[in-house]
Design a protein around this ligand. Sequence first.
Ligand code: GTP
Ligand code: NA
Ligand code: MG
Length: 450
Amino acid sequence: MKIRSPIVSVLGHVDHGKTTLLDYVRGSTVADREAGGITQHIGATEIPIDTINKICGNFIARLSIKDTIPGLFFIDTPGHAAFTSLRKRGGALADLAILIVDINEGFKPQTYEAINILKMYKTPFIVVANKIDRIFGWEVHEGASFMESFKQQAPVVQTELDLKVYDLVGKLHEEGFQSERFDRVNDFSSQISIIPICAKSGEGIVELIAMLLGLAQEYLTEQLEIHEDAPAKGTVLEVKEETGLGVTVDSIIYDGVIRDGDEIALMDTNNLVKTKIRSILRPLPLEEMRDSKKKFKKVDEVVAAAGIKITAPNLDDVVSGSPLRVLSDEEDAEAELLKELEDITVDTDDEGLFVKADTLGSLEAVVHLLKEMDIPIRSAEIGDVSKRDVIDASIAKDENIEHGVIIAFNVKVHPKAENDLSNSGVKLFAGDVIYQITEDYEAWVQERKE
Ligand code: GTP
Ligand code: NA
Ligand code: MG
């Protein structure tokens, strides 16, 4: 059995430093080149173990961590949602997550959103308290470990840092997690480590990487075993048009092997899509998948874990978050995918409200949350709010006002539906923070009762 690199997702509120952290690790400057400094797309970067050893070799040697895994496979997510498209059947695509929090700003709406999703998928995570250089009086020590740099700070600065860390401990406690600064953790299976870092100077990054390696090797080895010869399983991160290539899908392969010319199955909003791979493009190691076409290399086959771009006919309607399967034993794979689609979209009630979301994963997350709250769902679909949705909700409203509701996550109202919506009396709860939408809905229900 071969061991693949653990998939590590970096999550957190807008501008808390996700991309900068990965930039430091790969020694590039993707963040500087982004339009408006905002991550628009999900990126994936593979860091080989050799590079990791170069960054923190001594440190790893001292901790006697064996390098049995081939590397770390990082996924950067935009601050404004999207972790939810990183799904696979029955859970998160990520084996581990880094929840990054600006130590000076603390928890923000998207921090809570990330925590809710990590809880839902039961993903183990490490909290990174970023931007320690902004703590008043902090003296930067480029590339130093946190402990090394911390020792050299003035006592008031050390105290200030600890106060801020304890603030995070408190917030995590409210969310049901025990946590400590990493060097004070005595049980890694029950306590979450908080690692103070500066993504710009690299302070603390050796400890972060060492911690990720340690956790992966301690708790994940079985989960990381792959079937090298089995047909690939993957998840679609993004569907996009590329000049000269047509519609392509960026996807993460987490098990098996995928080859040029393979038959694959994916999903559009309601159906299975079958197609034949025209080409597989792989980013060079340490490069961002979304960075540039020039940095892709055409390959004949890829073994998990890998981030690849696939070109093939009929990809136009495939949705983000769709599973991807190589079809070898066709019937099995097809049945499995259809069951999966059913689980997410058809498992609805005779009466209830209407849900729209942008990706299969976000739809799943919204449906999951509403079900936990015992809110009945009449229909759950991917896509913008359409005229049809408004009409359906308006009919439901005549029977029960609380069902004349559309919950819209990360989608727009179709221009043609706007008029109908304002005339229909259908309530729209829209936004890009799931729990905010559901809270607003609950408040409205409460208000109506009073
Ligand atoms: P989105 O992808 O838009 O959600 O943001 P992000 O979380 O990827 O944050 P990004 O890496 O783009 O960083 C946001 C800003 O914070 C940039 O201007 C970074 O230079 C700055 N920044 C990130 N980390 C640090 C840090 O450790 N110290 C300081 N001083 N600035 C930082
Ligand atoms: Na940013
Ligand atoms: Mg970013």
